[in-house]
Design a protein around this ligand. Structure first.
Ligand code: AKG
Length: 306
């Protein structure tokens, strides 16, 4: 749950840093999972095989930077659909603290927008051009959506931390092309948002943001979970599609609640005693046992992209 002061800060500035949101043991588990996912990733955007010669399922989940330094090869910079790719991440998605925090910003009827993982490899991680998220299909709304960025490693100016223009979420749709033409790549009023491992940066999708290249020897990984208020997507997408995305939350809560750590998972919290308590426990009624095919369909429903 966020305090009124935190909510006010978020609304005024368009972003908020939540210090030490996840415990070290949880961050270690995320790191192990991501190390494995990256190790088993396809070699490049045009090769379905990984470095062990295995064919990778859904290779389109992996994006690579094409602006690689000469001779280095393509560098992985994003993994999409992480909830479909990892039981551990799906379970963490149902973390009560996370869901309660989302609900305190978006209301308890929030709907997941999309999930992805940004990876900035040492010395090569690519920049993200200045942008506002989404397509403004439904016009500019102050509460158009929220991104939660979970930091698995410290993020610094040197390793290409997130940079934002505070309060720019109040500017409507910004002509960033002309801003860059006028000011060059370092926009006026831009500030870096350096954070520690375990911190979460919450930002409004209308906020002007991006990041520079990773010039350092340090890896940066951020897991992004995005959410809308349900009313934002109602009437824009078919209600079946919105329902499908919403079911992801129910599925994650189920995984979180049912998880029984085994010996080697003892650093993962035992969650059963801490079942999620959202303002209106609406997700509880939607939890039922799904077939493997139904689960895949839900976990791979397209993002609610506006
Ligand atoms: O984490 C970053 O450096 C920026 C990522 C971003 O803005 C995005 O994925 O839209």
């Amino acid at each position: 749950m966020l305090t009124q002061t935190q909510i006010r800060h978020y609304r005024q500035n368009g972003f908020l840093v939540l210090d030490r949101f996840f415990e070290d043991s949880q961050i270690q588990a995320w790191r192990r999972e991501l190390a494995q996912m990256i190790d088993l990733a396809p070699i490049s955007s045009t090769n379905r095989k990984n470095r062990y010669g295995q064919t990778v399922e859904h290779p389109g989940d992996f994006s690579f930077t094409l602006r690689e330094p000469e001779g280095v090869g393509q560098v992985i910079n994003r993994i999409s659909n992480p909830l479909a790719r990892s039981e551990m991440i799906l379970r963490a998605y149902g973390h009560p603290k996370l869901l309660q925090t989302v609900a305190s910003l978006c209301g308890s009827d929030f709907v997941p927008f999309a999930e992805s993982i940004v990876i900035k490899a040492p010395h090569r991680g690519a920049a993200f051009d200045w942008h506002q998220d989404g397509s403004f299909k439904t016009g500019v709304q102050p509460e158009r959506g929220v991104n939660f960025g979970i930091y698995l490693y410290p993020s610094t100016v040197d390793n290409g931390c997130l940079q934002v223009i505070p309060k720019s979420h109040q500017w409507g749709q910004v002509d960033l092309k002309s801003m860059v033409k006028t000011h060059g790549p370092t926009l006026p009023d831009l500030i870096p948002v350096p954070v520690n491992a375990g911190d979460v940066v919450v930002h409004n999708r209308n906020l002007v943001h991006g990041s520079f290249t990773n010039h350092s020897a340090d890896l940066r990984i951020t897991v992004y979970f995005g959410y809308h208020r349900r009313q934002t997507v109602t009437g824009v997408f078919a209600s079946d599609h919105v329902d499908q995305r919403e079911q992801v939350v129910a599925l994650a809560i189920q995984r979180w609640t049912e998880f029984k750590p085994v010996a080697e998972d003892k650093d993962q919290p035992a969650p059963a005693a801490e079942a999620p308590r959202l303002a209106s426990n609406r997700f509880h009624s939607t939890v039922r046992h799904l077939s493997a095919e139904e689960e895949v369909e839900i976990l791979r429903a397209p993002p609610l992209a506006i």
